[in-house]
Design a protein around this ligand. Structure first.
Ligand code: F6P
Length: 255
């Protein structure tokens, strides 16, 4: 808290809460676009916050990405975590394994001495494969636990960055450009008004599932993610945002 006052971040947090209409904003100093340790600090802030709000016998759904990985690396055991089930929000996304929600859920369980489930499915599947996988008992179990998630923690990315990272087709890239997609989360791509303009056909958490969650926590920083964070906060992540000073200032200066 002392550090925050020093950096004037408390006021910035209140300003961003009212600008994005969120219940709570936590800001760490710096800009993760500039230095890697800022992402680690966001991870630490999220891990600490989770430890505070976690209750026994809960399901925590987690998405993938390097920011979620930073959260996982900072997690520590607690009595509530001992009976917590960490569940990946999605299958694989064609990214590096350590950025997959599966790996991150398992790492969180390992760090906290909790439990986890896996969802061994590719993220981008054909219609036919999708229908078949949906009938798998193992998959149904994971999807059921996602619907019951008390806490959802997720990353936010820039639309184009994510489409390229997932090696999406030229047709998809063109569509995102045409629709002026700015942000991505859970495989949904949003324009600046927070409208869904494209969705990756994949198994995992649906936006409707979020209605049941008590706490939805977005963790994303770096001034380059300002538009993406703003777009997604309006519709999806209506609760808690953990971000950095770079993103916070950039969001507030968007017109
Ligand atoms: O691919 C999973 C995911 O959580 C995306 O939904 C999100 O856009 C991205 O990762 C964020 O990744 P990073 O934290 O590495 O920027």
């Amino acid at each position: 808290p002392m550090m925050k006052e020093l950096f004037g971040l408390n006021q910035l947090e209140r300003d961003l809460e009212s600008c994005l209409n969120l219940k709570k904003v936590i800001i760490v100093p710096g800009d993760s676009d500039q230095s890697d340790w800022v992402k680690k600090e966001m991870g630490r802030a999220c891990a600490r916050f989770l430890r505070k709000i976690a209750e026994p016998d809960q399901v925590i759904a987690v998405s993938g990405g390097s920011t979620m990985l930073a959260v996982a690396e900072m997690m520590m055991p607690s009595s509530a975590f001992k009976s917590t089930m960490f569940v990946p929000a999605r299958g694989g996304v064609g990214e590096a394994v350590e950025l997959e929600a599966n790996y991150i859920a398992s790492l969180m369980a390992k760090k906290t001495k909790g439990h986890y489930r896996m969802m061994h499915v590719p993220d981008q599947v054909s219609d036919q494969a999708y229908q078949t996988l949906l009938r798998e008992p193992h998959i149904q179990e994971v999807l059921e636990s996602l619907k019951r998630a008390h806490i959802v923690i997720h990353g936010i990315g820039n639309a184009m960055t994510m489409a390229v990272r997932r090696k999406s087709s030229q047709a998809v890239l063109d569509k995102l450009q045409r629709e002026q997609a700015v942000g991505e989360s859970f495989g949904y791509y949003f324009n600046r008004n927070g409208e869904i303009v494209y969705r990756v056909q994949s198994l995992g958490l649906k936006l409707d599932d979020l209605a049941n969650a008590k706490n939805i926590i977005a963790v994303a920083g770096g001034s380059s993610k300002a538009e993406a964070i703003r777009a997604i906060s309006t519709k999806v992540s209506r609760d808690i945002l953990i971000t950095d000073e770079g993103a916070a200032k950039a969001i507030l200066s968007l017109e």
